[in-house]
Design a protein around this ligand. Structure first.
Ligand code: ZN
Length: 276
């Protein structure tokens, strides 16, 4: 395509309207392609979030289990130390000089035995905790496996759909960008704003059966004439969409002339009938 050398200010309103209309056509085609994909991109995104969440949880459980194991090892160590001391005190009891010394050692031994009991109680608790955590970890790992295989499937599905339309979509995206860049800045901003606000992605609509093609509200005859004159950019007073007449994209105005001719003939016939 030959590059336009005229400045943006020199572009007539009619040409601006045509550009807007063309841009809308291209963007609507892009919307159609997106519709084909349906919920797939969202489903993939959700699954990716779930997988990431599960991976974080699994890492947390694994760290907790490691800590639990080291707690158990520490308590076992404590028991060993207590046993060694008990052995030592028992031996010392054979070499005491009096009852007082013997009793003192007995107290120490008793105390160490209590410590052992307490450590054993803790080990029991940690072990129960370990069983529970291992179970939770197992469930999470199974869930992760499921979600990952679902994600793989959905990604493959999406890839297949995308590859079918990829080429076309790239071309359309490029066309859309080119057309948008050709517009005045205020128009391109307005276009984007209206399009984003419209549920069906339509920012530029034509007048059909005397109504706005976006919201279907009636358009007064004078306003319709203004739209057909293509001298101003006119928006729908109900929905704010940019309005164009339905012949905007005709290369020649043959159809328009035919329609006008047909309307005239119809009018003549009615008038004649009235006279009769
Ligand atoms: Zn409207």
């Amino acid at each position: 395509m030959a590059k336009k050398t005229i400045k943006k200010e020199e572009v007539s309103v009619e040409d601006k309207l045509k550009s807007l209309f063309n841009l809308q056509q291209v963007d609507s085609q892009i919307d159609e392609i997106s519709k084909l994909r349906g919920e797939l991109p969202l489903e993939v995104e959700d699954l990716e979030d779930e997988v990431a969440g599960l991976q974080t949880r699994i890492a947390k459980y694994e760290a907790e289990l490691k800590e639990n194991a080291s707690d158990i090892a520490a308590k076992k160590n404590e028991i060993e130390e207590c046993n060694a001391l008990i052995e030592k005190y028992t031996k010392q009891q054979n070499n005491v000089r009096n009852n007082r010394e013997f009793n003192a050692l007995s107290k120490e031994i008793e105390f160490k035995e209590l410590e052992i009991q307490l450590a054993e109680k803790h080990i029991k608790e940690f072990s129960a905790n370990e069983v529970m955590k291992k179970d939770t970890l197992k469930t999470a790992k199974a869930q992760l496996k499921d979600k990952m295989s679902m994600l793989k499937e959905k990604k493959a599905e999406l890839k297949a759909v995308v590859s079918e339309t990829e080429k076309e979509e790239k071309k359309l995206a490029k066309d859309s960008e080119t057309l948008l860049n050709e517009l005045d800045e205020y128009l391109s901003i307005a276009y984007k704003r209206i399009r984003n606000g419209a549920r069906n992605g339509l920012a530029v609509v034509s007048v059909n059966r005397d109504a706005c093609g976006g919201c279907f509200n009636k358009i007064p005859p004078q306003r319709q004439l203004d739209i057909r004159a293509r001298k101003k950019i006119i928006v729908c007073e109900h929905c704010g969409r940019i309005l164009v007449d339905k012949y905007i994209n005709d290369i020649d105005n043959t159809q328009e002339l035919k329609d006008i001719e047909a309307a005239k003939t119809k009018k003549k016939r009615t008038t004649r009938r009235k006279k009769a």
